[in-house]
Design a binder for this molecule. Structure first.
Ligand SMILES: *[C@@H]1O[C@H](CO)[C@@H](O)[C@H](O)[C@H]1NC(C)=O
Ligand SMILES: *[C@@H]1O[C@H](CO)[C@@H](O)[C@H](O)[C@H]1NC(C)=O
Ligand SMILES: *[C@@H]1O[C@H](CO)[C@@H](O)[C@H](O)[C@H]1NC(C)=O
Ligand SMILES: *[C@@H]1O[C@H](CO)[C@@H](O)[C@H](O)[C@H]1NC(C)=O
Ligand SMILES: *[C@@H]1O[C@H](CO)[C@@H](O)[C@H](O)[C@H]1NC(C)=O
Length: 460
């Protein structure tokens, strides 16, 4: 009885397979006869179906309306009757001057590119939507992990509409962040952030997300395991490490603003120059790489002459002071270092099979009417006043994107996404009051770095 049932089921499968084969052959034959008709037809379907599935534009906050970008108007208009659609890169239409001030290579014109026809999942493509379930934690209560300098709720800032948005990727599944599920998934794992203060913001954000922003006396400080202790005379340790005992999950951060090895030239002299080995990864990373399951790298904003001089960092390559004038140019040195560190980490993946590495792209700055030291500010409080959508396929950080090509390192592409959020920086507010000068580089927490973590967690 059972055997007979299986047999007839098999026969049914067989005829189904035959019918499918016939169908495929017919389609192929028709396509050969008239390729254009089918390609255009399917392109049309491709575009109209996903756009109707997109969440309806969230109700705008009282402050203003969210403008549609040009390409959004195109893709949301099914009656245009023009199937040869192109997508205009958002960056081309947005104020990029603040990004270009940081890194000249960001200026690469993105131009008009024909859109890809496949529905590939690209987390960096999508839109910001209002979500009443945001923020994921309270800026008042997450005192244990959040530096007071970034807790905008602790300042005199009056507007908090920036806390109420979630990123919706266009073609990717992105489940709602849920901290117990996250910790269970990260059972016995170590997540390490290595990078500059923006990396530290992402670390603090993840600590708040993982604890729900509640007091968490059970979370253990395990900085000592990684030599992350405050040294005599130092303002703070080089990093922090915390362990969630229930799931044995460790989350750590190590400060390495340049992502290359820094070696004081004379350890007995506190005013010594520091060799900045552009082609060497930080010693901390070499030493503890075997301990990490997830590693998130970033660099960017320390690559300017002022910061190098102030830190007495002197470029070294191949163990010797760099004499290549071309390489000494900041943009080139940064590019060289990012390529070097990516190449090194990639070469380590074979011998570290459980390690997953992400390189986070540049966090955009939004100084308007000046730079950070010449009165630049970011006073806009209207969310998404330049549009809510990213439609480009490539990254707005060509350096990181290029360095990861051909490697197994994943890109955590947050540049264009964050570029739309000029209202979410610290701006004039800090714990001391309302300032004359603005911080349009760091973000309020809770805020945009929470989204970076949601994108990270979805891709782990
Ligand atoms: C589609 O748009 C292009 C560019 O604007 C135009 O040249 C072409 O004639 C249009 N095709 C149709 C079918 O409207
Ligand atoms: C915690 O996880 C690490 C791997 O990250 C493992 O080596 C260690 O044995 C675990 N400790 C406990 C108490 O389970
Ligand atoms: C290192 O610095 C100390 C203190 O300034 C100085 O006495 C010493 O000569 C320096 N050593 C070298 C090798 O330059
Ligand atoms: C960055 O460095 C890589 C590798 O050396 C090189 O191929 C690329 O052209 C450089 N890019 C820029 C913008 O200098
Ligand atoms: C604020 O900045 C302006 C010009 O940038 C300057 O003239 C003024 O003295 C500053 N005020 C304070 C309190 O620092």
């Amino acid at each position: 009885m059972k055997g007979g049932y299986t047999y007839s089921l098999r026969g049914w499968h067989l005829s189904l397979a035959l019918v499918s084969l016939l169908l495929v052959i017919t389609v192929l034959w028709v396509w050969q006869a008239n390729p254009i008709a089918i390609t255009l037809r399917s392109a049309q379907e491709w575009y109209n179906i996903p756009s109707s599935e997109l969440p309806v534009e969230a109700p705008n906050n009282a402050l203003g309306s969210t403008k549609l970008t040009k390409s959004e108007e195109i893709s949301l208009n099914p009656s245009s009757g023009n199937e040869t659609k192109v997508q205009l890169d958002f960056v081309g239409a947005s104020p990029v001057h603040s990004v270009t001030a940081e890194s000249p290579e960001m200026q690469y014109s993105q131009g008009i590119r024909p859109s890809s026809k496949r529905k590939v999942c690209n987390y960096a493509k999508g839109r910001w939507v209002a979500d009443s379930r945001r923020p994921l934690y309270s800026g008042f209560s997450c005192k244990q992990w959040l530096s007071s300098m970034w807790a905008c709720r602790m300042t005199q800032r009056p507007d908090f509409s920036f806390e109420g948005y979630r990123w919706q990727p266009e073609n990717c599944d992105m489940p709602q962040f849920e901290r117990s599920a996250f910790l269970r998934k990260m059972q016995d794992k170590t997540i390490a952030f290595i990078g500059d203060s923006l990396g530290r913001q992402q670390f603090q954000s993840l600590m708040c997300m993982a604890t729900g922003g509640e007091e968490s006396p059970e979370v253990e400080n395990v900085g000592w395991k990684y030599g992350l202790v405050k040294r005599r005379g130092a303002i703070r340790p080089d990093g922090w490490a915390y362990r969630f005992p229930k799931t044995n999950t460790t989350i750590l951060y190590y400060w390495s603003a340049s992502l290359c090895d820094l070696v004081p030239l004379n350890i007995t002299n506190p005013l010594t120059n520091v060799a900045m080995h552009l082609d060497q990864p930080p010693a901390f990373m070499r030493k503890f790489l075997h301990d990490f399951d997830i590693l998130i790298l970033n660099t960017g904003h320390h690559w300017n002459r002022g910061k190098l001089n102030a830190n007495r960092w002197v470029m070294y390559v191949d163990g010797k002071p760099n004499e290549d004038k071309k390489r000494a140019e900041i943009g080139n040195a940064k590019n060289f270092t990012i390529y070097s560190v990516a190449k090194w980490v990639n070469s380590q993946l074979v011998s570290h099979p459980r390690l997953k590495v992400f390189f986070r792209t540049l966090s955009p700055r939004h100084f308007f009417n000046g730079d950070w030291n010449t009165g630049g500010s970011c006073d806009n409080t209207v969310p998404l006043s330049q549009g809510s959508e990213v439609v480009q396929d490539g990254s707005s950080d060509p350096t990181v994107e290029g360095a990861l090509k051909g490697t197994k390192i994943k890109i955590l592409d947050i540049t264009a996404i964050s570029q739309l959020r000029d209202e979410a920086h610290m701006s004039r507010y800090n714990i001391r009051g309302v300032q004359n000068s603005s911080d349009c580089l760091h973000w309020c927490l809770p805020g945009v770095p929470d989204t970076w973590n949601e994108l990270l967690v979805s891709q782990i």
